[in-house]
Ligand binder design. Structure first.
Ligand SMILES: O=C(O)C1=C[C@@H](OP(=O)(O)O)[C@@H](O)[C@H](O)C1
Ligand SMILES: C=C(OP(=O)(O)O)C(=O)O
Length: 479
C-alpha cells in the first residue's frame, strides 16, 4: 500500500522526493492511467491555432504538458483549466501567434520544445527557449536544420543545444524533407511549420512513426495526405497544404500506453497477477510494447476496442506468468521507443538472455537510457552488457535480487522503471529522486498502490506544488 499517499496535484516537488519500491507477490485490479502525453501536447498546440473555442477532456496534467500550455498562453492563446483534465482553449488562428514577453520554459520536455520550434519557425516572431539540466543536453540540430531551410534563424548554445533563440520568418518556404532519424518530433515540427507556409510541405519517412499529428490535423480540417512509401510500404510520404484553416475541436484524450506500460510489465512478470488498465490509446504506431510482451510469452490482450476522437482505444488485460528472453522486438523500435526502459526490466526477470540493438536513439532521451538502465539493472544484481546501440540482459528467470539504488538522471521513465524493478525483486529498490515522475505520470504511486504495489514516497518535499502547476491547477490566469 502507498505509505505516503500524495495527491496528484502536489506530486510536483522542487526538492528530491525519494521512492522505495518494495517486493510484491502479485498485482490485481482495474486502473486507469493519465491522458496520452503526445496527444495532449498536440491538442493544446493545435487548438491554439484554431479559430474559436476547443474543449479537451482527459488531458495529461503532467509538468511537460503544463509547459506546453504555459507556452501557448504566452504566445497569445487563452488556455484555461475548467476541471480535472478538462481544458478550454480559445485559439488565435494559424499565423496569429505573437512574440512572448518572456523566455519559454520547456522544463524537461523534448516534445514541447521541438514541436514548438517548428510551429514558430513560420511565424514572424522571436522566442527564446530554455529548459532543465536534462533538456539542455538534448540535440536540437535535428530541428534547427529543417526550420533553417524553411527560413527561420536560430542561435543556439554550441550551435545545437538549449538555451536558444529562434527568429521565425515572415516568408516561409515549403520544404520536401526526409528526417535523418526516425522521429515523430522532427516530422511534426516540419508539418507544424507547414501550417503557416504557402504551398505544400512534404515529409518523407523511411519508417512510419507515431501519427498523432496527422490524425489530429485531419480531424481539424487540414488538407493532409498520407501515402505509403518504399518497397515494403514501411515508409510514409505526408503532404500538407499550407495556410491551413483549423476548426476548433472537442477532444477526449485516451490513457497513455507509455504510462500503462509500467503496471503492465509489472503484472506480466508476476505470476498470479491479473490487472485491467482501461481506456488506453493503442495506436498501432505506439503499441509495440504489447507485441514485445507477447513475444516474451506474456498473457496480454486488448479488450473492448473502440475509437475515441480518431484514435484506437482499448482496455489492456494482463495475467502474470513466466517470461522468456527475446532477441530484439517485433516490428520497428519506434513503435515502443519510450517503453524500452521498462521492457529491460521485463527482460531482467525473463528466463534466458535478451539482446536489444539499433537503439542508439535512447542515448539522447531525457537521459542516456541505455547507460541508466544498464546501471540500474546491475545495481539490482542483473548481469548486463552495454553495447554502442543496445543492451544484452541475462535474465534471472524470476524475481531479481534487487536491493540497489537507481539514479534516474532527471528521467521520469528511469525513475518509474526503477520502481517496477523493486516490485519484481527479492529486496526493495531505492529510487534516489522520484520528482521527474511528475512530468508524465503525477499519480504513479497512487495508481500502482491501488493495484497492490507497495511504493513508499519519502524525503523532504515542499507542501506547495511548483509555481507553473499551481497557476493552472487553480485555474488562475497569469495575464
Ligand atoms: O512525437 C512525440 O510526441 C514523441 C515522440 C518520440 O520522440 P521521437 O519521435 O523524436 O523519437 C518520443 O520519444 C517522445 O516521448 C514523444
Ligand atoms: C522522450 C520522452 O519525452 P520528450 O521527448 O517529450 O522529453 C518520453 O516521454 O519518454
Amino acid at each position: 500500500m502507498v505509505t505516503d499517499p500524495v495527491p496528484s496535484e502536489s506530486l510536483s516537488y522542487d526538492r528530491p522526493l525519494k521512492l522505495i519500491a518494495h517486493p510484491v507477490r502479485h498485482l490485481r485490479g482495474t486502473a486507469r492511467v493519465p491522458g496520452d502525453k503526445s496527444l495532449s501536447h498536440r491538442a493544446i498546440m493545435l487548438s491554439a491555432l484554431a479559430v474559436g473555442k476547443s474543449f479537451i477532456s482527459g488531458l495529461l496534467e503532467g509538468e511537460d504538458v503544463l509547459a506546453t500550455a504555459a507556452a501557448m498562453r504566452a504566445l497569445g492563446a487563452t488556455v484555461t483549466r475548467v476541471g480535472a483534465g478538462a481544458w478550454e482553449v480559445h485559439g488565435v488562428g494559424v499565423g496569429g501567434l505573437a512574440t512572448p514577453v518572456q523566455a519559454l520554459d520547456m522544463g524537461n520536455s523534448g516534445t514541447s520544445t521541438r514541436l514548438l520550434m517548428g510551429l514558430l519557425a513560420s511565424h514572424d516572431l522571436t522566442a527564446t527557449f530554455v529548459g532543465d539540466a536534462s533538456l539542455t543536453r538534448r540535440p536540437m540540430a535535428r530541428i534547427i536544420d529543417p526550420i533553417t531551410l524553411i527560413g527561420a534563424s536560430v542561435s543556439a548554445r554550441e550551435g545545437r543545444f538549449l538555451p536558444l533563440t529562434l527568429v521565425g520568418t515572415p516568408e516561409p518556404l515549403p520544404i520536401d524533407y526526409s528526417p535523418a532519424v526516425a522521429s515523430a518530433q522532427v516530422k511534426s515540427a516540419v508539418l507544424l511549420a507547414g501550417l503557416n507556409t504557402p504551398g505544400t510541405t512534404i515529409v518523407r519517412e523511411k519508417v512510419a512513426t507515431r501519427d498523432h499529428t496527422e490524425r489530429l490535423l485531419t480531424a481539424m480540417g487540414a488538407d493532409l495526405r498520407v501515402d505509403r512509401d518504399g518497397e515494403s510500404g514501411a515508409g510514409r510520404i505526408i503532404r500538407l497544404a499550407g495556410h491551413a484553416e483549423l476548426n476548433p475541436i472537442t477532444l477526449s484524450v485516451p490513457g497513455d500506453i507509455s504510462s500503462a506500460a509500467f503496471p503492465v510489465v509489472a503484472a506480466a512478470a508476476l505470476p498470479g497477477s491479473d490487472i485491467l488498465i482501461e481506456g488506453v490509446g493503442v495506436n498501432p504506431l505506439r503499441s509495440g510494447i504489447v507485441d514485445a510482451l507477447i513475444a516474451m510469452g506474456s498473457d496480454i490482450r486488448l479488450e473492448n476496442m473502440q475509437t475515441l476522437s480518431g484514435e484506437p482505444v482499448a482496455d489492456i488485460r494482463v495475467r502474470g506468468g513466466k517470461l522468456h528472453a527475446i532477441d530484439g522486438v517485433p516490428g520497428d523500435p519506434s513503435r515502443m521507443i519510450d517503453e524500452f526502459p521498462v521492457l529491460f526490466v521485463a527482460a531482467a526477470c525473463a528466463h534466458g538472455t535478451s539482446r536489444f540493438t539499433g537503439l542508439a536513439e535512447l542515448r539522447v532521451k531525457e537521459s542516456d537510457r541505455l547507460s541508466a538502465m544498464a546501471h540500474a539493472l546491475a545495481q539490482a544484481g542483473i548481469r548486463v552488457e552495454e553495447l554502442e546501440d543496445g543492451l544484452v540482459i541475462h535474465g534471472c528467470g524470476g524475481l531479481v535480487p534487487g536491493g540497489g539504488h537507481v539514479d534516474p538522471r532527471l528521467d521520469h521513465r528511469i525513475a518509474m522503471s526503477g520502481a517496477i524493478l523493486g516490485l519484481l525483486a527479492e529486496r526493495p529498490v531505492h529510487v534516489d529522486d522520484a520528482t521527474p515522475i511528475a512530468t508524465s505520470f503525477p499519480d504513479f504511486a497512487t495508481v500502482m498502490g491501488a493495484l497492490g504495489a507497495d511504493i513508499e514516497l519519502t524525503g523532504p518535499h515542499s507542501p506547495e506544488p511548483s509555481a507553473s502547476r499551481a497557476v493552472f491547477l487553480n485555474g488562475q490566469n497569469n495575464d
